[in-house]
Design a protein around this ligand. Sequence first.
Ligand code: BTN
Length: 252
Amino acid sequence: NPIHNNLIIGKKLIYLPSCHSTNDIAAELVLNGLAEEGTVVITDNQVGGRGQRGTKWLSEPSQNLTFSVILRPKFLPVAEQFLISQMVALAIYDYFSFYTNQVKIKWPNDIYISSKKVSGTLIENAVQGYGISSSIVGIGININQTRFETARSTSLAEALGTTLNLQSEFEKLGGLLDAGYLRLKTMKQNQVIRDLYLKGLHGYQNSVKFNYLNERVAGVVTGIENSGRLLVKLEGKEGIYDFGLKEIEWVW
Ligand code: BTN
C-alpha cells in the first residue's frame, strides 16, 4: 500500500507480485516519462535482483523488502551525488537502530547488523548538465528470511528472534527516507548528513581489519571526500589509501 503520510516518497506505489529487478522497471518508467518523483516500485518476488559491481541480490519470495524509489534531484550538482547514498544509508541505519544498537554502515551503503549484511542499496543516477535528472534508489532489506547462501548475511528477524510485518516495516523505512530526502532537498543540511553518516560508518576513527595485497593489516577510516572516496590509513604503511583501489578490501 502507498504511504499516504509521506510528502514525496511512496505516495505513488507500483506493486508487482513478481518481477526481474525493480531497478529495471523503475528505469523503464523514467525512460518513458511515466515516473512522478517519489514513485516506488515494489515486488514480493524479485527474480533477477542486481547488486553493486555486477553482483546478484538474492531474496526469498515474500520474506523481505525489495523496492526502488524514483527521485529527480535536479537541485543536486553531479559532484555532490554521493549525498544521495549517504542520505539513503542513514535512513536505513536509523530504521535498524530502532531495533538494535549493533548496526553499522559499510561504505558506501551496505548495512550490517553484528557483522552480517542485512541490507544493500543500488543507486543508478542519470546526469543532465550539472545536475542529476533522475536517481533510481534500489533497496533490498532482509526482514524475515532465515536461510542464506552465505554465513555473512542476516535479517532483522534473525537478529531479533521474531518475524515482522512487511507493510509496517516498509512504512517505517519509507517515512525515514521521505524525511531524509526532504532534508537533502533543502541543501542546507548537507554537512549534517555527512556527519551523521560518518558516525554510523564502520571503521571511522576506529581500527578495523583490511586485506591489502592479500595481507591482513589494521587500518582506520580517516574520512570521506565529497565525491564519495573513502580514505583509509593502514598501519605500518605510508600515506592515505583510497578504498576504490583493487588492492584493498574489508575483512569482516
Ligand atoms: C548490493 O548490496 O550490492 C546492492 C543490492 C541492491 C538490491 C536492491 S533490491 C531492489 C533493487 N532492485 C535490484 O535489482 N536491486 C536493488
